[in-house]
Design a protein around this ligand. Structure first.
Ligand code: GDP
Ligand code: MG
Length: 166
């Protein structure tokens, strides 16, 4: 099995930390070179029977006036072409305007989307279930997966769930 996975989410939600954890420091740093007009491969994870190609979708979280029509098209086409989208949010901060903006974009694509709630180490366990329930109302996510990219909680499980969609 192999497939392309786009990780999106606003700055600081933990995208690079997640990639570093699953792929390794070296590759994630290499790919941090600025490359704004096309999608970049951030890393490739090769497991026994599966290859996951993680790609960046630059600027999708930015409002249209900041991004420009061309970039917005590129970003949206990418989302249509990948096998799976990981939409990462911060457990502490939840949905802001940036997230609502991305949700609108999701309405026009058929690609399966996982909501990845990162930084669960920063919230009380009792807060998690209500959080998940509130996100279920926002969009028909295929999966809602709470993780801590920093501490590694649930990351293996997320990879298993990704496999199913490749
Ligand atoms: P990106 O901009 O989405 O790539 O976010 P980064 O991966 O650069 O992470 C931004 C900050 O959040 C860094 O200081 C990370 O150490 C921190 N961070 C990322 N994941 C977690 C997590 O699961 N828990 C906590 N507590 N901090 C995290
Ligand atoms: Mg980053």
């Amino acid at each position: 099995k192999s497939g392309f996975i786009s990780i999106i989410g606003r700055p600081n939600v933990g995208k690079s930390t997640f990639l570093n954890r699953v792929i390794g420091q070296k590759i994630a740093i290499m790919s941090d070179k600025p490359q704004t007009t096309r999608n970049k491969i951030q890393g490739v994870l090769t497991l026994d029977d599966t290859q996951m190609v993680f790609i960046d979708t630059p600027g999708i979280h930015k409002p249209k006036h900041k991004l420009g029509d061309f970039m917005m098209k590129v970003a949206q086409n990418t989302l249509k072409e990948v096998d799976l989208i990981l939409f990462m949010v911060n457990a502490e901060e939840g949905f802001g305007r940036g997230e609502e903006f991305i949700l609108e974009k999701f309405q026009t694509i058929n690609t399966p989307i996982f909501l990845v709630i990162n930084k669960i180490d920063q919230i009380h366990p009792d807060e998690l279930l209500p959080l998940i329930e509130s996100y279920k109302e926002k969009y028909p996510f295929k999966e809602i997966v709470p993780i801590s990219a920093l501490e590694g909680n649930n990351v293996e499980r997320l990879l298993e769930q990704i496999k199913v969609y490749l």
